[in-house]
Design a protein around this ligand. Structure first.
Ligand SMILES: Nc1ncnc2c1ncn2[C@@H]1O[C@H](COP(=O)(O)OP(=O)(O)OP(=O)(O)O)[C@@H](O)[C@H]1O
Length: 258
């Protein structure tokens, strides 16, 4: 069994009287695909926000490779190798597809992101290197042919894939995705699934918040189920699908046959 890359202990996030996350604990082995599921408002996105540094916890601990990262910002965590996509698409819609990916590379270079767009002088070499790497990522994600199109002109599904490519440009070790399959058709979901499995084979740890049970049950090594901010159950896809508490709180009777 791989070592745990993330370890969460008694994690809480309270917004006034709302206990969005209330004392959850889990360990995530390196190179695994973990999913977090649960009903609307269960605290799944808040958990991703805590892991990625969008929010700082009210209390509790998050350890990355054994080191507490509770107080680090989102940007500092990206530098450590923790990247994410958001539920709501956040692209630079006026920029080209390839420039959106190049934007993801800038954290590993010493020059500011905007200087990549000055195609001259000492920045030209960096820009050419980034372009080549961005094209590789676009190829991986199925968007190489659209590299020079405006990001905002892409279909919804392609915009979601572009967000993934941009996050991958930060070279994450832990990659978190918040509902990546939302709004995708079956073919796009299949493609997404195949890419996530390939990323896992490339030694990435993947944490997925997702309502698409077909995707979850096909891809997850372990599933963590939340309800009302709290732990409900965790286990393999088969264990989760047949657990009466999970069926009652979330999956319903159809869950057992996904
Ligand atoms: N910034 C915030 N301020 C106040 N309350 C918040 C904030 N963010 C989340 N909440 C509340 O915390 C609870 C958990 O929300 P969260 O978005 O984490 O749930 P979720 O499981 O991701 O839901 P969904 O499946 O609908 O995306 C909800 O009651 C929500 O209204």
């Amino acid at each position: 069994m791989s070592e745990n890359i993330l370890e969460v202990t008694n994690l809480c996030k309270h917004f006034g009287g709302v206990k969005a996350v209330d004392g959850i604990s889990f360990k995530i082995p390196a190179n695994s695909i973990q999913t977090i599921i649960g009903p609307n408002g269960a605290g799944k996105s808040t958990t991703l926000n805590l892991l990625s540094g969008v929010y700082l916890p009210t209390s509790g601990s998050i350890k990355y490779n054994g080191v507490e990262i509770n107080t680090l910002s989102l940007h500092q965590r990206v530098h450590l190798g923790i990247a994410r996509t958001f539920q709501k698409i956040r692209l630079f819609k006026q920029l080209s597809v390839i420039d959106n990916v190049i934007a993801g590379f800038h954290i590993h270079h010493k020059i500011p992101f905007w200087q990549y767009f000055i195609p001259a002088g000492e920045y030209k070499k960096n820009r050419l290197e980034c372009q080549a790497q961005a094209l590789e990522l676009l190829d991986f994600i199925g968007l190489k042919d659209k590299a020079n199109e405006r990001a905002g002109s892409l279909s919804y599904g392609s915009q979601r894939m572009l967000e993934i490519a941009r996050a991958l440009a930060t070279k994450p070790k832990v990659f978190m995705l918040d509902e990546p399959a939302a709004g995708l058709n079956d073919t796009e979901v299949q493609f997404l699934m195949s890419r996530l499995k390939l990323l896992q084979q490339q030694n990435m740890t993947i944490i997925l918040v997702e309502h698409n049970m077909k995707l979850v049950m096909n891809i997850a090594d372990q599933i963590f189920v939340m309800d009302h901010g709290e732990y409900l159950f965790d286990g393999s896809p088969a264990e989760v699908q047949s657990n009466p508490k999970v069926i009652a709180a979330y999956l319903g009777s159809e869950g057992a046959t996904v």
